[in-house]
Each structure stands twice: as C-alpha cells, then as structure tokens.
Design a binder for this molecule. Structure first.
Ligand code: GLU
Length: 265
C-alpha cells in the first residue's frame, strides 16, 4: 500500500527531522545527506518532483560552533539557527551537486502562510524551481520568528507546504517507524499501525508521549500535520529516516510505515 501511494504520487514533499539528520552525538550527518540526495535523484529520474523540508539548523549550528548547545535563551537559539542554516544548506548543496542537481532555499514563517501575496509568491517560486529541476529546501525562518508567530515545528510547516504546492503526498521522516499502539521504546511488543483512515479514532487508541532527542515535534505534531493534509486530499506517510535506503525501500515496498489516508473530498 505504501509503495502504491508513492507510485501514484508525482509531487512529493519530504520532511526530514533533526534526529534523522544528526548522528548519535548530536552532530550533523553529511553521509546520510549524500545518500538521501541520491535517493531523491533516483525518484526524480522516474519523473517525480520533490520538495524538501529540512530541519537541522540548530543541530548544524551546534556542530559548527561546538558550544551554546544547552543555552535556552531565544536570542542564542536564533543565532545558532542563523549560523547552522548556512552549514545545513552547504551540506545539502554538496549532497545534491554530486547528482548534478541544484537546490534553492526558502525560509518561511507562519505569517508568510497567512498573507495572500506572500503565499502566491512562495507558490510561484516553488513551482518555478521544481519545473526547472531544482529541489527547493524549506525551513522555518527561525531567526526572525519568536514564540507568538512561529509555526514551531517542521511537521506542521511541511503540511502547510504540501497544501501550498498541491502535493500528491507528504512523507515525514522521523526516528520512529510510524505510529504504534503504545510506546515501542517502552513496550517492545507494540504493534505498528500501518494504515490510518481516521485520525480522531487513532487519537483515542494510542498513548501520545512527549518529544525526545533533538527535534521539536513529537507524535502530536505529526498527527496535526496529518490532519491538515488529509483534509486537503493529500495522504501522509510517517516512516523511519534512519533505516537503510529509507526512501527507496518504501518506494519498493520493502519497508513499513504509517500511511494516513486522504479524506474523500
Ligand atoms: N527549524 C528547526 C531547525 O531547523 C527545526 C524545527 C523542527 O525540528 O521541527 O533547527
């Protein structure tokens, strides 16, 4: 079913979480990025169009500076993102350059999605980049956004992006295989839920834990993202970015995940 969802989709938004981009020691993982870019290139050769939403500005900032990791002060966090965003994109540029693919950067905030002129311009930019074979890479503009105006997590940002671009599929890569009935880190026998026709029913059947690791989201923000896109007829796939050939193995039907089915229009 997952491989069919990917086969049926031409326009795919893929979100990569900070935990997927970071090694166990919290530094950025360029090998993963190179490998992931190659997988995207393979899908693009098959005629797919890809927009990436990449977290990891903070992780890259900490990797570069090797300090401020524990500072909670908003200005330090924003400064860290300003430093890390450049590094992050440098890694992505190198990763895609080895497959002769250009990338373009869009840094967005919640307010951008609330303004008609801005959304039109963002949409036009994304369409133009993709039409020209360039991979847009999106992140929140962390250094200008603060608590009241920020989206806050890239799960919701990627959902807004998928709706803006009228994507056929949203894939969220995280450090979990999908949604489980109970926390798989506590209960090894927890069952993976592979198909979600109704998110409200799902909410009543699972226990939602808190965020862990370096990411901002958690299962809560993933469900919010799923609610957003499925209401627009876009299915969402949640899968583990830490698995080998994470993208292609899903496309080949060799890997499981959780597929949230699009709601009928
Ligand atoms: N925008 C943040 C960053 O790049 C990540 C937000 C998230 O992890 O959802 O560091």
């Amino acid at each position: 079913m997952i491989s069919q969802a990917i086969a049926d989709a031409r326009k795919i938004v893929i979100k990569i979480g900070s935990n997927t981009l970071a090694k166990a020691d919290g530094t950025i993982n360029p090998e993963f990025m190179a490998d992931f870019a190659s997988q995207c290139a393979e899908l693009m050769k098959q005629g797919k169009q890809i927009v990436l939403v990449s977290s990891g500005a903070q992780v890259a900032g900490v990797s570069t500076l090797d300090r401020w990791a524990r500072k909670k002060d908003i200005h330090y966090r924003q400064a860290l993102c300003a430093i890390g965003q450049v590094e992050l994109m440098d890694h992505w540029r190198n990763a895609f350059a080895s497959r002769n693919i250009h990338i373009g950067q869009l840094l967005l905030t919640k307010e951008d999605f609330q303004d008609d002129h801005r959304t039109l311009n963002m949409r036009n930019t994304i369409f133009t980049l993709v039409d020209e074979g360039v991979v847009p890479i999106i992140n929140e503009n962390d250094s200008v956004s603060y608590e009241e105006i920020k989206i806050g997590d890239n799960d919701n940002l990627s959902a807004l992006t998928a709706i803006l671009w009228s994507a056929d599929l949203l894939i969220l890569f995280s450090d979990i295989d999908g949604v489980f009935e109970k926390n798989p880190k506590e209960f090894p026998d927890a069952r993976l839920i592979e198909r979600v026709p109704d998110i409200t029913t799902l909410r009543n059947t699972i226990t939602i834990g808190s965020t862990n690791g370096f990411g901002t989201g958690g299962i809560q923000t993933k469900l919010e993202a799923a609610e957003k896109v499925t209401a627009y007829g876009i299915p969402m796939l949640l899968a583990n970015g830490g698995r080998e050939q994470c993208l292609l193995s899903l496309a080949d039907g060799k890997r499981a995940g959780t597929l949230f089915l699009a709601r009928e229009a």
